[in-house]
Write a protein that binds this ligand. Structure first.
Ligand SMILES: [Zn+2]
Length: 199
């Protein structure tokens, strides 16, 4: 047996490895939020055929843990113009929320697609019924994307995205420098050749 197959070196972390998280943070940090009324929450659950005393994930019927943006807030590193209000939020389980966020596709394509932990991948039976309810939900809100840049001065808007850009550049430079330091350490370690203790 090749012993190398049973050994797995832990993957080193990259300083620049979280760049999509940083972008998402810059978008979600500015997204406006509208708190729903009692009636709106009632109406939302009615369309999705979910009982408030038995809350469940709108995508898969699993245990709900959060409300997920039906239309994403971020696409191609930019805000889509959608925001946080109940017409764009549905109860979701953690698995669906994570899988959908990672897939970066329209909710229907994601549900029927082969992404890890998508409802289709997990073999959820009543997908057609769920898609029909979510389509009805989408037409209930029918709020198109907003041009956020209109609401803020050009300077403030640009400064926000410049901050985002320079943070990415800092991370990239720091990562390049880290590689240089790592190589020096690797080289230095050669002096300490590991001694195998014989029994
Ligand atoms: Zn789910």
């Amino acid at each position: 047996m090749n012993m190398q197959e049973v050994f797995l070196m832990p993957k080193p972390m990259k300083i620049s490895g979280r760049s999509s998280t940083i972008t998402a943070a810059f978008v979600t940090a500015i997204i406006p939020q509208i708190k729903p009324t009692e009636d709106e929450i009632h109406k939302a659950l009615k369309i999705l055929k979910i009982k408030p005393e038995n809350m469940q994930c709108a995508y898969c019927g699993g245990t709900y843990s959060e409300w997920d943006h039906l239309r994403p807030l971020v696409l191609n590193k930019k805000p889509t113009g959608y925001f946080s209000h109940i017409q764009n939020l549905v109860p979701s389980c953690g698995k669906c929320n994570q899988s959908k966020g990672g897939a970066n596709r329209h909710w229907k394509e994601w549900m029927l697609g082969t992404a890890t932990f998508s409802p289709n991948t997990r073999g959820i039976k009543d997908l057609k019924k769920r898609i029909k309810r979510l389509t009805a939900y989408e037409s209930w809100g029918n709020v198109g994307p907003i041009n956020f840049a209109e609401f803020v001065s050009k300077d403030d808007w640009n400064r926000h995205w410049d901050n985002c850009k320079s943070l990415h550049e800092d991370m990239k430079n720091a990562q390049e420098h880290a590689v240089k330091v790592q190589q020096a350490l690797q080289q230095g370690l050669k002096k300490y050749s590991t001694k195998v203790v014989k029994k």
